[in-house]
Design a protein around this ligand. Structure first.
Ligand code: GDP
Length: 138
């Protein structure tokens, strides 16, 4: 089991000024920030990141959304990081997210859902390496 996961604070949450509050919640839940930066993804880069969803009907919308403004990308460290972070962010659709989760608090819809959280140890490593060189991971 790995002790790292990867997250993005998505453009909707950035636009609404929730970046600080979300990072605070992440820290309060016991995650250590091992890497962090703000990035404005091009459509090409957003498409590459979400290539696994290429055949899904919402792929175009997702790429438009994720490239419309800056995101905050971060690598987070904690025991059982992937699973515990998915619990902290809540269900993909904020209407189904548990009380107190980041998506329940800050997300507006299934598409614009405030945060990303890796779904496996392997994807956490791939996604972290997509944004951060080895020299930028602490
Ligand atoms: P996650 O692992 O909880 O982020 O969910 P998925 O891997 O299923 O989907 C990836 C991302 O695609 C979600 O976080 C949403 O931003 C977006 N997404 C998922 N389903 C929909 C949808 O039905 N419509 C739109 N517009 N976006 C979606």
């Amino acid at each position: 089991m790995s002790n790292r996961t990867f997250t993005m604070i998505k453009p909707d949450a950035t636009e609404k000024g929730h970046t600080g509050a979300i990072l605070e919640k992440i820290n309060a839940a016991g995650f250590r920030i091992a890497a962090v930066k703000m990035v404005h993804l091009s459509k090409e880069k957003a498409g590459e990141f979400y290539a696994v969803h290429k055949e899904r009907p919402f792929y175009g919308e997702l790429v438009e959304f994720m490239s419309r403004g800056p995101i905050t990308a971060a690598i987070l460290e904690k025991e059982n990081a992937v699973e515990d972070f998915r619990k902290l962010i809540g269900a993909t659709n904020p209407a189904q997210a548990a009380e107190g989760t980041i998506r329940k608090l800050y997300a507006a819809s299934v598409g614009e859902n405030a945060v990303h959280g890796s779904d496996s140890d392997e994807n956490a490593r791939i996604e972290g390496d997509f944004f951060f060189s080895k020299l930028e991971q602490f």
